[in-house]
Write a protein that binds this ligand. Structure first.
Ligand code: OGA
Ligand code: NI
Length: 345
């Protein structure tokens, strides 16, 4: 890259508040042990410092990615009545369609959520229209899960737990696809499609048709637009990763902004344990200096929490899992004393 083009690229970065996201070459994870351990360190640093990164050379072909976006896009072009067949208030339905009007974080988004692993258990519930949906989304789902498992192993290695840690539970784990469609922004270029939130699982891998994802940068407490590199997938960690790592890796708050040039498709693949399997802080990461910070919970507990807090815009699953440490108990007791004092006087 010439000096001039570097300067231009940097200027673009600043004006768009693009996040300089680490890019991980996934192919290097299967090279010799020295190269692998260098990659594991890079992934560990990205998880620890930012909670997100992007992957290239992940082995999913461009046509498979393009076809998944095409199938998703074609689904949302169907008449409302066809899509509404999948509408349900019950969060436990295997397939669920919804629009902004009914869910508290979707400001301007339609979505179809469904399970994807094991594919043979779930594909029968997926939409039959458009006819390409099951085949194209199914192909992508299987491949993106392989990427997620590879990344999970590297992250576990980076945490010092070893790549085989709880391997069976990850192999049997769940995969939820959130297939999203956002309209093109009208006048207001900053219109929000999906309000700030974190994802419940260990890892989310996001495939998007154009720019629109923003992540909350912890160091500056400001929103950064996720960059879009050719053929890259965006990865971020979720609430259950924070729990498993006992707070060493923090979940990422993110949101989606409407794109002023075009409507936008995104496919979020969220990876967790099997629905009823509890996720707890790894006991290897708990000691006197690092007491257990979170209660255990499962995906099913998360769904119960969402159902009970349907209208609560400030709901926060991870906060509900946080355990009180000694310092927090004192802080709470102090606050209680202040309240007592206020009532007495
Ligand atoms: C999600 C999500 C972001 C996007 O589906 O959980 O955060 O860019 N999507 O659509
Ligand atoms: Ni999300």
């Amino acid at each position: 890259m010439s000096d001039l083009s570097r300067t231009v690229a940097q200027e673009q970065l600043v004006s768009l508040h693009l996040s300089p996201t680490p890019v991980i070459n996934l192919g290097h994870l299967s090279l010799d042990s020295v190269t692998r351990s260098g990659m594991v360190d890079q992934i560990a640093k990205a998880c620890h410092d930012l909670g997100y990164f992007q992957v290239i050379n992940h082995g999913i072909s461009q046509p498979v990615m393009d076809c998944a976006v095409e199938a998703a896009s074609d689904f949302f072009k169907l008449p409302s009545e066809t899509k509404e067949e999948f509408a349900s208030e019950d969060l436990r339905q295997p397939v669920r369609y919804d629009t902004s009007s009914k869910d508290s974080i979707s400001m301007s988004r339609a979505f179809l959520k469904h399970y994807a692993h094991p594919l043979s258990d779930w594909v029968q519930y997926w939409p039959e229209k458009p006819p390409i949906y099951r085949e194209y989304i199914g192909k992508y789902a299987v491949e993106v899960r392989r990427v997620a498992l590879q990344l999970m192993q590297a992250i576990l290695e980076g945490l010092g737990l070893g790549k085989e840690y709880l391997n069976g539970k990850f192999q049997e784990g769940s995969q939820l696809l959130s297939v999203n469609c956002y309209p093109k922004a009208s006048q207001d270029a900053m219109a929000i499609g999906l309000a700030p939130h974190s994802d419940y699982g260990f890892l989310t891998i996001l495939l998007t048709s154009c720019r629109g994802l923003e992540v909350l940068d912890r160091s500056s407490n400001s929103w950064k637009t996720a960059q879009r590199l050719p053929h890259a997938l965006h990865v971020h960690v979720g609430d259950h990763m924070e729990v498993l790592s006992n707070g060493q890796i923090k979940t990422v708050v993110h949101r989606a902004i409407l794109n002023p040039e075009e409507s936008r498709i995104s496919i979020a693949s969220i990876h967790g344990f099997e629905v009823h399997e509890k996720v707890a802080c790894a006991k290897e990461l708990v000691d006197e200096q690092n007491p257990q910070k979170y209660k255990e919970s499962s995906f099913s507990d998360f769904l119960d929490y969402l159902t009970a807090n349907m209208d609560n815009k400030h709901r926060n699953f991870l906060e509900s899992l946080r355990m009180l440490t000694g310092a927090m108990i004192f802080e709470k007791a102090d606050r209680a004393k202040v309240y007592c004092h206020m009532f007495k006087s």
